[in-house]
Design a protein around this ligand. Structure first.
Ligand SMILES: Nc1nc2c(ncn2[C@@H]2O[C@H](COP(=O)(O)OP(=O)(O)O)[C@@H](O)[C@H]2O)c(=O)[nH]1
Ligand SMILES: [Mg+2]
Length: 325
């Protein structure tokens, strides 16, 4: 009799073979057990998986008494900023990263597919944001290195499943777990916590009943966090999402410059923080210019064409600035 093992089981088996830590091995075994076809031909294999699981659980239990194992990951920042995907299992984080970048994290309908951080570059117009896929946040599963990475990121994109009736509960759970681990979203800031910029992707907006849940979700989160509705499956809302990650979550603007008399290269924006003044922009672009800056001319928002502005003039997205020393 053939065992007829499906692709999900085989993927879990592969993860088990590649697993390094006992936690990873145990998680992979759990997935193997969940996805193995339950019939006579696999009985032996099922028993074997269960034996391996109980052995690992015992090992983990005794290991916990010793010093904790330290795991740590660091991904160098690229683009306009580093944004981490966070959320409950199965909310569509991996599929979302696939939808907005060239990265190809594994997507599956069972939880805990994603075990390690995986970066991709999300593009919108002429900018890029680094987006990192992460394992889910759940009471049992979140590990110290995940909180460490969240605290180091420039922003968090919290992904929730609008197809799930428990979505409001999930939101509360995630926010609470984050707080317990010193990751507090900006608007709820308290001094001794890391204040973290965060935004929500209300994902699976294509799912039945999703629009009703979205309305409730927006009501609950209204003053705390920006919510962008999207579907990683259909692609709806994804470009708005990346745009808002740039302007809202990371709080950036694009400024262009040119040498006096030269041409503007619109494909190469300088990415600056919202609220940046002319002299601060000069300092970012070229230190010497800032020291000797007398005035600038700006083409863009709130000025007439080529208006002369003082050093403390605040720049806007899309402005072209020419510095005069
Ligand atoms: N209908 C629908 N399903 C989605 C969407 N995004 C993800 N999924 C499905 O949800 C499941 C979990 O997706 P995955 O990206 O692995 O979730 P993760 O655990 O958060 O990384 C998979 O079966 C996906 O096909 C979406 O926008 N709409
Ligand atoms: Mg995933």
């Amino acid at each position: 009799m053939s065992a007829n093992l499906g692709p999900e089981f085989l993927a879990a088996k592969k993860r088990h073979e590649q697993a390094i830590t006992s936690e990873e091995k145990l998680a992979a075994l759990e997935e193997m057990l969940a996805t193995i076809p339950k019939h006579k031909a696999t009985e032996k294999m099922q028993a074997q998986i269960k034996r391996q699981m109980s052995k690992l659980r015992k090992e983990l239990k005794s290991a916990k008494k010793g010093p904790a194992r330290k795991e740590f990951y660091r991904i160098d920042k690229e683009g306009a900023g580093q944004v981490l995907l966070a959320g409950p299992p199965n909310s569509g984080k991996s599929m979302l990263l696939r939808g907005v970048s060239k990265a190809e994290p594994e997507v599956a309908e069972y939880p805990f597919t994603t075990r390690l951080p995986l970066p991709g570059m999300a593009r919108w117009e002429n900018i890029q944001v680094q987006l990192i896929d992460m394992p889910p946040i759940a009471v049992e599963s979140a590990q110290p290195w995940m909180w460490a990475m969240m605290r180091m990121a420039d922003g968090l994109l919290l992904v929730f499943d609008m197809g799930d009736d428990d979505v409001l509960e999930h939101y509360e759970t995630i926010i609470n777990l984050m707080e317990e681990n010193n990751v507090r979203i900006k608007n709820e800031g308290e001094r001794n916590f890391t204040e973290k910029r965060a935004m929500c992707a209300a994902n699976k907006i294509d799912a039945p009943g999703a629009l009703t849940r979205l309305e409730l979700f927006r009501e609950i989160t209204r003053d705390d966090i920006e919510v962008v509705a999207c579907s990683a499956l259909t692609g709806d809302g994804l470009s708005t999402l990346v745009c808002r990650m740039f302007f809202g979550l990371l709080g950036k603007i694009r400024v262009f410059t040119r040498p006096p008399g030269g041409k503007v290269d619109y494909s190469q924006p300088f990415v600056l923080d919202k609220g940046t003044t002319v002299v601060e922009a000069a300092a970012e672009i070229h230190k010497e210019i800032a020291a000797n800056l007398k005035y600038a001319r700006v083409w863009g928002t709130g000025v007439f064409e080529g208006q002369m502005v003082p050093r403390d003039h605040v720049l806007h997205d899309g402005d072209v600035v020419v510095f005069y020393t």
